[in-house]
Design a protein around this ligand. Structure first.
Ligand code: PHE
Length: 341
């Protein structure tokens, strides 16, 4: 062993000690160098065998290295145990003058707010909350829903068709009616909030991407009275106890009879104002009793079971509730818009 090799051993040992991250590793190093059979101990033992000329120098140096390593191990041992007790290490520091990071609160999109509110109301009445595919098949979006081939929604101008295998971007959340019936059978209660797409020329009232909330219930002897009772509870929870609900006939191929649901304008309480265009009523959903053909498509026997279905325009509800006059703001990604809610 030369003096040079001893120096190298010292450098290597110090380097290893520096990289230690727990007491265990440190103890292993202590054994490796300073233990009874440790590298340095072995060297010290052989110093006596060296020629006299070298003995003194090597002995001094080896002892010196031993001291340096022992004191370094001692220092790291102390620092590790303090760290374990939650203390700050010598060379770590906290800048107490640094300015505080500004608290930034995220904002829910107004559509999400209405959606969560409706999810709470419907789950309290025993409805499941489900998700459905946005990329749909022509079958579930149209055929299974009794939508005849001449229906305008089938036109290229209204629907985004996707190349291959009869796929399209769903034009409404109604395709989930049949999907859910197939999966769960009767009886059944579920709502499906979600994004829908129509090939619209966009303006303040039309957008190619918007949100609906579908709902349906299948059970024994379900009638229009059940539909009205459930949706009246929802309308009162959403707009206040003095709210009334009226149903007016409207054609949808997948319900029979079909209706438009309107609530008394929450702004003027039915007297007539700018929001309701002086009518006193606001149209907020389409609904009806599920057509027997749709029940059949879902594998449910229409002789035994009946059901109602409805579809809220979530985006429309948010526009009405918050007085938003341009639909394009919802997906604009403009933080100044979102910050208001
Ligand atoms: N899917 C219809 C629409 O997009 C709404 C609706 C749903 C009507 C369920 C009746 C029953 O306009």
């Amino acid at each position: 062993m030369s003096q040079e090799q001893l120096q190298q051993l010292k450098t290597r040992a110090l380097d290893e000690i520096k990289k230690v991250s727990d007491q265990n590793q440190l103890q292993n190093l202590e054994i490796k160098y300073l233990g009874r059979k440790g590298e340095l101990t072995k060297i010290l033992r052989t110093v006596g065998e060296l020629p006299e000329a070298e003995r003194g120098k090597m002995g001094d140096l080896a002892n010196q290295v031993k001291q340096v390593l022992a004191s370094e191990i001692g220092r790291v041992k102390k620092s590790l145990s303090e760290k374990g007790a939650g203390a700050v290490e010598e060379n770590e520091w906290i800048d107490v003058t640094a300015s505080k990071v500004k608290d930034g609160f995220g904002h829910l999109n107004p559509v999400s707010k209405i959606q969560y509110e409706l999810e709470d109301i419907f789950s309290s009445m025993g409805f499941m909350v489900l998700d459905g595919p946005e990329l749909e098949s022509e079958y579930y979006n149209f055929e299974a829903l009794n939508i005849p081939s001449w229906h305008p929604a089938r036109e290229m101008q209204d629907t985004f068709y996707v190349e291959g295998d009869g796929l399209l971007m769903r034009t409404h959340t109604s395709p989930m009616q049949v999907r859910t019936m197939e999966k769960y059978g009767a009886p059944l209660r579920a709502i499906v909030p979600g994004r829908c797409f129509r090939n619209e020329a966009t303006d303040a009232r039309h957008e190619h991407t918007f949100y609906q909330l579908e709902g349906f219930m299948v059970d024994k002897n379900i009638s229009m009275a059940n539909l009205k009772a459930v949706l009246e509870v929802v309308a009162k929870k959403l707009y206040g106890p003095e709210t009334h609900l009226r149903l007016r006939p409207k054609y949808y191929p997948f319900v029979e009879p079909g209706v438009n649901g309107e609530v008394t304008c929450f702004l003027c309480k039915g007297k007539g104002c700018r929001l309701c265009k002086n009518i006193g009523w606001l149209e907020i959903f389409g609904a009806g009793l599920i057509h027997p053909n749709v029940l059949k498509a879902g594998g449910i026997n229409p002789e035994k079971w009946s059901g109602f279905a409805f579809g809220f325009g979530l985006t429309r509800l948010a526009m009405l509730k918050y007085g938003i006059d341009d639909i394009r703001l919802f997906c604009s990604g403009d933080i100044r818009f979102l910050n208001q809610f």
